[in-house]
Design a protein around this ligand. Structure first.
Ligand code: KE4
Length: 426
């Protein structure tokens, strides 16, 4: 008898391409069928067949407080009963805008949108409108949403013009997108030497989380800052994933680099569709309705999403929140690393705040090409074995993992024990 999950997946493929509403959910790179979930509570999720899992995906980052946090649910319920949306300003939009500007000094003004893709797309258009320039720089392995101009991947490292990584993206759309290697200072300097005063913006994940976790090496972010300043280019930190995930000051606070624009998402929506972009007032003033750069959205600043975001940000502001989150995440990766080492398995791991990376490679990768050297088959074998043990990691070797404030010693130790069991018979 087919499980409910199998039945639903069969049927969903009839009505939804690939049976999923976002490709990374499809288990394509790990094999097997995606899991249909029906309930989440704290650090746990239940699938439609009633099996429970410790969740390290957290909806790809938003759920820093875990599933159905009572304060977030209450805020959503209280707001929803007064109306779901007005398409007009509300006081709570102002409240969260003020809070974001208070928490991130680089953000003098902010515009709320509904997804990280919208935030990235709008930040690039704004940077181009502000500078009057067309060229943008992104880095291979970094993901900024599926906007045409950003959905490109270099052919080989170094300085290259993007080749669309998706069908449907005309060459002329990406002819001004320069793709470099993450952490490659020489490539960066070469690009600015060649195109410097024509570069509108550099967009970067200050901690890369879309090629698994890759941390910035010494001098990478500061060189980006200096070169953008020298050439009048806009430095855009894509903090959709790192925002309020790696610390209360985000990655820009952690590394003490002040970007010109920042994109945010995931955590600031607390699990509801909300994102934002903001930064220097002189740049933000170029936005409609006061400036010539158009950007809009029916549900931008949606009151219910804002309520979830506000409730989340209020919790993470509590003293000690990030110290505890960082310790727990470190405890997880240390335990799994020891288990792998005990069994002679090529494995490394790292964590930054509440996000982590597991690599089936001896050393921690510092570039896209080193990430590609990781043993993907071993990751997939580990992923499925852990899934069987009731531990849910991201279904891809090229995604970061996330711990929430409600993952306790029980969950962390259960995860480490499962890894020990699996590695002992590897
Ligand atoms: P959304 O449009 O998916 O809200 O955000 C796009 C985005 C922008 N910038 C960064 C750094 C991001 O990580 C993302 C989205 N992240 C992926 C997973 N790594 C979301 C999951 C999915 O695509 O289904």
């Amino acid at each position: 008898m087919a499980s409910r999950n199998q039945q639903l997946f069969e049927l969903s493929q009839k009505f939804i391409p690939g049976g999923v509403n976002s490709p990374v959910r499809a288990f394509k790179s790990v094999g097997g069928n995606p899991i249909f979930f029906q309930r989440g509570q704290g650090a746990h999720v239940w699938d439609v067949d009633g099996k429970s899992y410790i969740d390290y995906v957290g909806s790809w980052g938003p759920l820093i407080l875990g599933h159905a946090h009572p304060e977030v649910v209450k805020a959503v319920q209280n707001t929803a009963q007064n109306g779901l949306t007005f398409g007009a300003p509300t006081e709570t939009e102002l409240e969260i805008a003020e809070l974001i500007c208070e928490l991130l000094p680089s953000i003098e003004q902010v515009r709320l949108v509904s997804s990280g893709t919208e935030a990235g797309m709008s930040a690039i258009r704004l940077a181009r409108g502000y500078t009057g320039r067309s060229f943008i720089i992104k880095f291979e392995g970094c993901y900024h949403g599926h906007d045409d101009a950003l959905l490109v991947k270099a052919g080989s490292g170094a300085l290259t013009f993007g080749n669309p990584s998706s069908a449907g993206v005309p060459e002329e759309t990406v002819e001004h997108t320069i793709v470099l290697d993450y952490n490659d200072l020489a490539g960066l300097e070469e690009a600015f030497k060649k195109y410097g005063n024509d570069i509108a913006a550099v967009i970067v994940e200050p901690v890369a989380g879309n090629m698994n976790l890759v941390a910035p090496t010494e001098g990478f972010l500061s060189s980006l800052r200096d070169l953008c300043t020298q050439h009048g280019s806009v430095l855009v930190f894509d903090e959709v994933m790192t925002g309020f995930r790696v610390g209360l000051g985000c990655a820009q606070g952690l590394y003490q680099i002040k970007p010109d624009l920042t994109t945010l998402g995931k955590v600031i929506g607390g699990g509801m569709p909300m994102a934002a972009f903001g930064g220097r007032r002189d740049i933000m003033q170029c936005l409609a309705p006061i400036g010539p750069v158009y950007q809009a959205g029916t549900l931008s600043g949606n009151p219910v999403a804002v309520a979830a975001g506000l409730a989340t940000l209020k919790q993470i502001k509590e003293p000690g929140f990030y110290e505890q989150l960082g310790e727990k995440t470190q405890q997880l990766i240390n335990g799994v690393t020891v288990a792998a080492e005990k069994n002679g398995i090529n494995f490394s791991a790292q964590s930054i705040g509440g996000m982590f990376g597991f690599y089936f490679r001896k050393e921690i990768p510092v570039s896209f090409s080193e990430v590609m050297e990781c043993d993907k088959d071993s990751f997939n074998k580990f992923f499925h074995a852990m899934l069987h043990e009731g531990i849910y990691f991201a279904p891809s070797a090229f995604e970061a993992g996330f711990v929430s404030s409600v993952h306790g010693d029980t969950e962390i130790n259960q995860t480490i024990s499962a890894a020990e069991k699996i590695f002992s018979t590897w």
